[in-house]
Write a protein that binds this ligand. Sequence first.
Ligand SMILES: Nc1ncnc2c1ncn2[C@@H]1O[C@H](COP(=O)(O)OP(=O)(O)O)[C@@H](O)[C@H]1O
Ligand SMILES: [Mg+2]
Length: 295
Amino acid sequence: MSRQRPGRGERGGDRDAVPIAAYAEEMRAEAVAIRRVSRRFRDALANDAAAAGAPQDAEVLRRLRSEQITGIGRVVYSSNAVFLLEMEGPDPAHPDEPLRAIYKPARGERPLWDFPTQTLHMREAAAYVVSAALDDGVVPPTTLRDGPHGPGSVQLFVHSPADDTHPPAAALEEHLRSLAALDVLINNADRKRAHLLLGDDGRIRGIDNALSFLAYPRQRTVLIELGGQPLPKPVARRGRELAADDDRRAHLRSELGSLLERGEVAAFEERLDQLAATSVYPTLDPWDGRPFEWW
Ligand SMILES: Nc1ncnc2c1ncn2[C@@H]1O[C@H](COP(=O)(O)OP(=O)(O)O)[C@@H](O)[C@H]1O
Ligand SMILES: [Mg+2]
C-alpha cells in the first residue's frame, strides 16, 4: 500500500490560512479527472475483453467481463473495497465450483497522494495485459467490468493448494524471478509478500498489481535482493523478443493506451527497451525500494 494522501489540515500547516478557493479548485480538478477515466473505461469496455489477453485466457476473460453474477461477498482483509464474485457457470479448472473473481470497483479505491484518482482498476487490468504479452503466466486473467458497484477490475480467483505439498523450490524461484521481471516492466510500487499467491496448479501468481505504471521510477518490492542480478535466460528472452517485435509492440501499445495515460505507456516502453538491453534486475534504493508495509 502506498502512503495515504495527507489530511487537508496537514497541508499548509495553519489550517485557517488555506483558502477555500484552493479546495474548490482541487475538487473541480478531481471531478474532471474522474470523468476522464470514466470515459476511458467506457471506451475500453467497448473492446473485446479477450483482445488484450493471452489466447488461452480468451474465454475466461469474456466470462469475467459479462457472465451473470450469482453471488457477491466483501473481502474484509483489504485496503480498498474488494469483493468476491461468483458467476453462473463453472470455474474451468474446478468444474464442481462456480467461476469466482476478485472485483475491485473504482468507487472503492482509497485515494492515494501519488496515484491519479480512481485509476487503480485500470492499472490492475494493464498489469495483466503486459503479463499476457510476455506470456509469462504470472498475473491471473484480469479485465474490466461494469459490476454491481460500478466500473472496476475483475480478476480470476486463485485457488490455494488443498494441502501443504509445495512445488520444488527451483520451480518457485523461477516463478518469482519471472514475476520480479514483470514488476520492473510495470514499475510496480507495491510488491509485498501478501501479493504473491501460490495457486493449486503449483504456480505463483502476482495479485494486487494496481500500484503500477507511474511514469517515473517508483519500484518497490519484497524481492529487492534480486537487484544487480542477471535475469534468468528464458525470462530475458521473453522480454527481448517482445521488445524486438514491432507488431506485438504496436498491439500492446494500443491496448495499454486504452487503460493508461500516454506518458505512462511511453515510460513503460522505455523500461521494456532498457530491460531488453541489460537483462539485469535494477538495483533499488535499500530504503525506498521496499514496499511501504513490509509484508
Ligand atoms: N486473484 C485473487 N485470487 C484469490 N484471492 C485474491 C485475489 N486477489 C485478491 N485476493 C484476496 O483478497 C485480498 C485483498 O486483495 P488485494 O488485491 O490485496 O486488495 P487491496 O487492493 O485492498 O490491497 C488479498 O489479500 C487476497 O487474500
Ligand atoms: Mg493488497
